[in-house]
Design a protein. Structure first.
Length: 359
């Protein structure tokens, strides 16, 4: 149960929300902020220049296609009936999550490249599975952190022009969002909760093992994390970008087992370089078990080449990991780009009961 001090009502003004950034709430009694930068309590993350140079000199990237076509898919429903949940895989880590009365987009990226420079940097190998103009009315956008493959300024400006949703992100990131013209921005610390009265939902910003920064300087000045969405129709957990750590057990302990978990499986090779920042599929399956999730869905793969593993490896390694951990494919699945999967919440509950019985 969250205390009243950990809940933020949607009526907070931008100034009030901003006051809870680096010089506010996080600066006091924090295990992840030192008064200047955020940090992970248990492990060092990020990349040092010498590590980046070593990777550049020793990288052995496996094959990726130059371009791949998506299969044609029907558009998702504009709204859902009670006790229904729909999930559409747009690309990379962008998902449309639909609950009754609430349409949510995670880390939206529609640009051709995820880079500060338009002509270089990781380029998509496939188009978004759900065209921008086919998005239903958006109520909420979740932004896990400020890396370019998660916070895409061009896409966010398009969303603001058409939908004017609420945006929820970690401490410090709101300054950039407001600077680019977004109006309804809420910043949260780890374990802080935003209540949406009209939707009957609570959004809790959860710890993740990662880092932040968009340039050569100013690393870890903004907070990274995931999101737990709790509402009457079910609980959804979006992990964002994260290495494997004890935070999954803690999320389960504090917030309960999610009905649906979105867990990253890509950008994990080589392990000496990526292990602290990105889970591999074996760790993702372990996170699924730590969370006791009803159903997990794979994210963070199949669109942008960010590390050395090949295009097909995350899904292959996920299949191997499921077998090794005794997890059924229906319990930890990967959607095709553009695919919409609808769940009845009772179905997710049955999956959890089936896992408990198998254990």
């Amino acid at each position: 149960m969250l205390s009243s001090s950990d809940r933020v009502e949607t009526e907070l003004t931008a100034a009030e929300a901003h006051s809870r950034t680096l010089t506010g709430r996080a600066a006091h009694h924090s295990d992840h902020f030192d008064g200047r930068c955020f940090f992970n309590p248990h492990v060092r993350t990020g990349t040092r220049w010498r590590d980046l140079l070593r990777w550049a000199l020793t990288a052995s990237p496996r094959p990726w296609p130059r371009r791949i076509a998506n299969r044609s898919r029907p558009a998702p429903p504009p709204r859902l009936a009670p006790r229904q949940l729909a999930l559409t895989f747009v690309n990379h880590i962008t998902f449309l999550i639909q609950l009754p009365g609430l349409n949510i987009l995670t880390d939206p990226v529609y640009s051709e490249r995820v880079s500060p420079v338009r002509l270089v940097g990781p380029r998509r190998v496939r188009a978004p599975g759900l065209p921008f103009d086919a998005l239903p009315p958006l109520d909420l956008v979740l932004i896990s952190h400020d890396h370019y493959d998660h916070l895409d300024v061009k896409t966010l400006r398009r969303i603001e022009a058409v939908h004017r949703p609420r945006y929820v992100t970690g401490l410090g990131t709101g300054a950039l969002l407001r600077r680019i013209g977004l109006q309804r921005v809420h910043e949260l610390d780890w374990w802080q909760c935003l209540h949406l009265p009209g939707a009957g939902a609570d959004i809790t910003f959860t710890p993740a093992q990662h880092w932040s920064g968009r340039g050569l300087f100013g690393r870890n000045r903004t907070l990274w994390g995931g999101f737990h969405l709790g509402c009457a129709d079910g609980d959804v957990y979006f992990a964002g970008d994260t290495g494997y750590g004890a935070h999954f057990h803690e999320i389960r302990r504090r917030l309960g087992a999610p009905d649906l978990a979105l867990l990253p499986i890509g950008a994990y090779a080589p392990r000496w370089y990526e292990a602290a920042n990105h889970m591999n599929p074996h760790e993702s399956v372990q996170a699924h078990l730590d969370l006791d999730a009803g159903v997990s869905v794979a994210t963070h793969f199949g669109c942008f080449r960010l590390s050395d593993e090949g295009f097909e490896e995350p899904l292959h390694d996920l299949a191997v990991a499921r077998v090794q951990h005794g997890v059924a494919e229906r319990s930890f699945m990967a959607l095709e780009t553009g695919e919409t999967r609808q769940f009845a919440l009772a179905q997710l509950e049955r999956e959890t009961l089936a896992q408990d019985a198998a254990a």
